[in-house]
Design a protein around this ligand. Structure first.
Ligand code: ZN
Length: 654
């Protein structure tokens, strides 16, 4: 039995390890161990804390708790949280810069995103988290310390020891909201509402379930320290372990500023977070001080507001589309509107359940939002009009007339064999650039091949011959041989592209890539259990079940076998395929690698032809030992098995 001192040391070690892992995971977006491994260490720590009766102030176990609070306490901010004055055009921005530079000469400016979330001030003292509060009216907010403590990017302890108040924005990432809504009973309207609801709730289990992030951007108050520039303050935040997001620039004068603001405007829809503008500060703290404040705003900062990505319009008609999985999607035709630089005429309503949930009717005014999705989305109803009427639930498939079946919120056409629109969409997806990438097989051609040649299943494409095209209109010698070449070439496909090409419900490009990373081979993926799938970050229960069902259905398995029999060869990596250092060798991984998770390293090694085995024996050829390697390393040394570290491993794979 270990004595108390040893247990204390062990507890300290666990706290440090877990904090490092969660920092890598949440702040650096670079997980270094699997969730299951993390959970195991976490449980070990909880057990130790209970046994010893001590919880260290920076213990990760302090972050979680599902208690219901009684109410919000008022919190008076050390320094007022100002909001920023806004400009909407480059002319106004020019004037703002010009006014300052007339007085103080040419200036440097800092540029960052204007986050569209919930503003939070966090206080530290003696290097420890003290409290967190909402902005409120700027002077007095609500104490939301417990809620904010559930956010894993908020440090519990920091190196700086003086009193400190920092400001950040609580945000829910778009991908997180999407994943949340896939399995939620009550879907959330948008990221902003979701985050406000998560912080301003007394039920901490709600806060925790929403996976909020806090992006820090300002030092409001700091004891015994001054900064010369805003960028110095920004670096201070980074040095003290605050998550600051990935956009911060120092720019010289208006012209440089304008160029960068335009770039943000262009890329804003592709970001995983909601931003509604850019924030510009004068970089020099001396000039900031000299400029001072109006009653409402600092004179040294400004928000450049982008054109809205949300706007209202009237629903004129609903068209029901049949997708590759047979899913019926309602598309609303709306009065055309200009939205973030494009004319929008159609917006999706996801499924029939979505219509009911949002209460959307024909001839109702609705909020439409453009995001990075291909087709804009209807968010909610703005108002009903006199002629508003309920949208009828379709009974039969608009493409083939088969009776629809209802699964959850979705309607499906069950006619997998003969539904033209469903089959064409399935084939089009399969041939698309990020799937099998078969050139020349676009939607139009595939519809012809389905209707006139009888191409129904994915594998049928690989049975096509020259004569199948000869009778089709507009197909000449060269075009036909190009298509046949493309089909032949597609037989060599990367694992991720192949998974995506199968068109499994809910499996987009990102999920396909995640699956290809997690599972070494198609067989491993086929045999995956639901819990294996759910353990992957970003894969919720709904998608996990859909993947599982595909690989455990007669339809999915037949489809897969036919494709493999047609000669498809899957590449399990696009990095290297042959490496004599590993080919045929029995390799054991132990300890924590800095650049790979265990699974990534395993996949990589297998792609070189290695057998990755779990325990060391005299048959082991090589042990790759990361940090804090334990008994496997000892055993390898005892058996005289060759051991290499991560650097040596990386040299061998170069
Ligand atoms: Zn149909």
């Amino acid at each position: 039995m270990a004595n108390l001192m040893e247990k204390n040391a062990k507890m300290r070690e666990l706290v440090e390890k877990l904090n490092y892992y969660s920092y890598s995971y949440y702040s650096l977006d670079n997980p270094v161990i699997s969730d299951a491994e993390y959970d195991k260490l976490y449980d070990e720590l909880v057990a130790l804390e209970n046994e010893i009766g001590i919880v260290l102030p920076n213990s990760p176990t302090l972050r979680v708790g599902d208690e219901i609070l009684k109410g919000f306490e008022k919190h008076t901010h050390i320094k007022k949280l100002y909001s920023l004055n806004k400009v909407n055009s480059y002319d106004e921005l020019y004037n703002w810069c010009n006014d300052i530079e007339k007085q103080f000469g040419k200036q440097e400016y800092t540029l960052s995103y204007k986050y569209d979330g919930l503003s939070i001030a966090v206080t530290y003292e003696n290097g420890k988290f003290v409290c967190a509060a909402t902005r409120g009216n700027g002077s007095v907010g609500e104490d939301v310390s417990k809620q904010v403590l559930t956010i894993k990017t908020v440090p519990l302890t920091i190196p700086f020891k003086g009193k400190l108040e920092v400001r950040g924005e609580a945000m829910m990432r778009k991908s997180v909201l999407k994943a949340y809504n896939e399995s939620a009973n009550e879907p959330l309207k948008n990221e902003r509402n979701a985050v406000a609801g998560a912080i301003r709730t007394l039920d901490l289990s709600i806060t925790r379930s929403r996976n909020i992030d806090l992006f820090f951007y300002d030092v409001l108050y700091i004891e015994g320290k001054t900064f010369k520039t805003q960028s110095e303050a920004h670096n201070f935040l980074i040095e003290n372990g605050f998550f600051v997001g990935d956009y911060f620039k120092v720019l010289n004068g208006y012209e440089e500023l304008k160029k960068s603001v335009e770039e943000i405007d262009k890329s804003k829809l592709d970001l995983d977070i909601l931003i509604d503008g850019a924030v510009i500060y004068v970089n020099s703290c001396q000039v900031q001080e000299d400029l001072g404040y109006t009653i409402k705003y600092p004179k040294w900062g400004i928000a450049f507001k982008f054109e809205a990505v949300e706007r209202t319009s009237e629903v004129k008609n609903i068209v029901w589309q049949v997708g590759r999985t047979g899913k019926i999607t309602p598309i609303a035709e709306i009065d055309p509107i200009e939205l973030a630089g494009a004319t929008v005429k159609r917006a999706t309503l996801n499924n029939y359940g979505d219509i009911l949930r949002k209460g959307v009717k024909l001839h109702s005014r609705v909020f439409v939002r453009r995001s990075n999705e291909v087709i804009p989305e209807i968010l909610r109803v703005a108002e009903y009009l006199d002629n508003s009427e309920d949208i009828k639930k379709p009974v039969v498939c608009p493409s083939c007339g088969a009776e629809l079946i209802e699964i959850g919120a979705n309607l499906f056409c069950p006619n997998k064999e003969f539904c033209t629109e469903q089959i064409t969409d399935k084939l089009t997806h399969f041939c698309s650039r990020n799937a099998m990438n078969i050139e020349g097989l676009n939607e139009k051609t595939l519809k012809l091949l389905h209707n006139d040649v009888g191409v129904n299943e994915l594998a049928d494409l690989y049975k096509l011959t020259y004569s199948d095209f000869e009778d089709l209109e507009g197909f000449k010698d060269k075009k036909i041989s190009n298509i046949l070449d493309g089909i032949e070439k597609s037989k060599n496909v990367n694992f991720a592209n192949f998974i995506y090409a199968l068109g499994i419900n809910g499996v987009g490009e990102k999920t396909a890539k995640d699956l290809a990373k997690r599972f070494a081979t198609l067989n491993d993926l086929k045999n995956a259990k639901i819990e294996d799938l759910v353990s992957i970050n970003d894969i919720g229960e709904v998608i996990a079940k859909s993947i599982y069902d595909y690989f455990n259905s007669n339809y999915g398995l037949k489809n897969l076998n036919d494709l493999l029999n047609a000669g498809i060869k899957i590449n399990y990596t696009n990095v290297v395929n042959y490496n004599e250092n590993f080919k045929g060798k029995n390799v054991v991984l132990t300890g924590t690698l800095q650049n790979y998770t265990r699974d990534e390293a395993k996949t990589l090694l297998e792609s070189f032809g290695a057998n990755v085995v779990s325990s060391v024996s005299k048959n082991t050829d090589l042990v790759i030992a990361g940090e804090s390697a334990g008994s496997k390393l000892t055993k390898a040394n005892a058996l005289n098995v060759k051991v290499i570290n991560e650097d040596e491993f990386q040299n061998l794979i170069k």
